[in-house]
Write a protein that binds this ligand. Structure first.
Ligand code: HEC
Length: 444
């Protein structure tokens, strides 16, 4: 800033980009390019749309559709059908273009790359992704920008899969154990689905989707498809062979936090903060019906391994078991699909899991305790305790005798499912105490 106090030049990265993200990206993003315009990247704005070409003429706001469409000089005025931008916002866009419309995105924020060195941890990161391999020998745990492959008893780290997503929200092994699919992203930046070859420990596919992190999903039994929920209220399906997004379905009105396939892979159930568990056609995403009676926000869903039952839970602390098939043709708003309610928990529910034969159901959430229930009777058979803070993920071992839990405290705990006794616990990442300022900087 000069001594005379001239204003700082307008910044694309810190000012213009967030403005466009809020007011414009709903209609002009890669998956929804109205008029051919992707406004979520600088390159996309330069390229422009089908009608006017480049949205920018650097230095001349009057000739830039990006500006003249929000001032109303060109019609139809943007944001299309929405409230006019505030005068300060119009002024910001105008100034930025007049000053040359430069891209000041910092190098480290551009197309984030996977780290080349494993991250250095000063403390254990929150655990949101956890899965046992089908043979039970391996436990995959999501860290920060990586997935750690542990021996199932936590005795050794056998691999570190470094990726560009800060956080992994769900991890899935293919049935043959050869591939691992991870779903996550970096909040407010991008969502990503990663496909790893486990033998070579190489990333064979990275699919970027939406401009925010993706939430939990599922793989089809044949390993061909992945479905997941997103912060843009959509459910999306990706073809894992080609990496293409097959569809995005927008039936929900709020974040979609988890999606599961039905037994035969022909249907999916998604749960959302909008309170609904929605049944849809897996191949097309076409909505079929609400599975549940709407009560409160839903954060988790698990499918029974042997039948088309789903266990859902969330804000109101009660796990509900529903059948995906409405038994009688009754009104949509009834609760005739409810099979069983389980005991009310001590806090919100964030994680649900069935044992491999479906006989047991485990529930985790804010309270940190993980009760295990007999699915048939709804009776509590065990209580797994020890976590200091909320539970975000639960995974049963394929032998059905043990379950692993993780969450806020960053510790993986393995419990005996029938007694609730802790069998093992370990911090899944190597922790390094910062010895010098230099190290501390690296850790930061
Ligand atoms: C509700 C959807 C919607 C929103 C939100 C929206 N647009 Fe548009 N935009 C459209 C549609 C539809 C067109 C094509 C209009 C036409 O020419 O008939 C369009 C066209 C454009 C074009 C011209 C593209 C071309 O074909 O050359 C620009 C530039 C543009 N919009 C910028 C913006 C900006 C900037 C914002 C946010 C301030 C915004 N839009 C918000 C729907 C939207």
């Amino acid at each position: 800033m000069s001594a005379l106090g001239a204003a700082e030049p307008a910044s694309y990265y810190t000012e213009v980009r967030p403005l466009l993200q809020v007011h414009c990206s709903g209609c002009h993003q890669p998956a929804n390019k109205l008029s051919g315009l992707d406004i979520t990247t600088y390159e996309g704005i330069l390229k422009g749309g089908a009608k006017h070409g480049s949205a920018l003429v650097k230095g001349t706001p009057d000739n830039s559709p990006l500006v003249s469409l929000v001032t109303g000089k060109l019609q139809p005025r943007m944001p299309m059908g929405g409230a006019e931008l505030a005068p300060e916002a119009v002024d910001l866009l105008t100034r930025w273009v007049r000053e040359g419309a430069e891209d000041d995105t910092p190098a480290e924020a551009k197309a984030p790359q996977a780290p080349t060195e494993p991250p250095v941890y000063a403390q254990a990161p929150t655990i949101t992704g956890l899965a046992f391999s089908p043979d039970g020998g391996m436990l995959a745990v999501g860290g920060f920008k990586e997935i750690l492959l542990h021996k199932a008893d936590g005795s050794n780290i056998e691999g570190r899969l470094l990726g560009r997503s800060d956080k992994i929200h769900s991890i899935h092994f293919s049935a043959d154990g050869k591939r691992l699919v991870a779903i996550g992203g970096t909040p407010a930046r991008f969502g990503e689905l990663q496909v790893w070859d486990l033998e070579s420990q190489e990333l064979i596919r990275s699919v970027t989707s939406t401009i925010d992190t993706l939430f939990a999903g599922d793989l089809s039994q044949d390993g061909k498809w992945a479905v997941f929920g997103a912060a843009d209220k959509t459910v999306r399906m990706v073809d894992l062979e080609t990496g293409e997004e097959v569809y995005k379905a927008g039936h929900h009105e709020d974040w979609v936090l988890q999606v599961v396939f039905g037994i035969d892979g022909k249907r999916i159930v998604s749960v959302s903060r909008d309170r609904a568990a929605k049944l849809a056609d897996a191949a097309t995403g076409a909505f079929q019906e609400n599975v549940n009676f709407l009560r409160d926000k839903l954060y988790a869903v698990a499918r029974h391994p042997r039948r088309d039952y789903v266990l859902v839970g969330g804000e109101d602390r009660v796990p509900y078991l529903y059948t995906m098939d409405r038994p009688r043709a009754l009104k949509i708003a009834d609760d005739s699909t409810l099979v069983r309610k389980f005991e009310e928990q001590d806090g919100k529910i964030f994680a649900l899991a069935f044992s491999p034969d479906g006989s047991l159901a485990a529930v985790g959430g804010v309270s940190g305790e993980v009760p295990v229930y007999d699915t048939e009777t709804g009776e509590r058979v065990a209580s797994c305790r020890g976590h200091d803070g909320g539970i975000f993920v639960i995974a049963f071992h394929p032998d059905g005798k043990r379950l692993a839990t993780g969450g806020f405290d960053g510790v993986v705990r393995i419990f005996d499912a029938s007694s609730g006794e802790e069998v093992q616990s370990f911090i899944p990442v190597p922790i390094q105490q910062a010895k010098s300022a230099d190290d501390a900087q690296k850790a930061g």
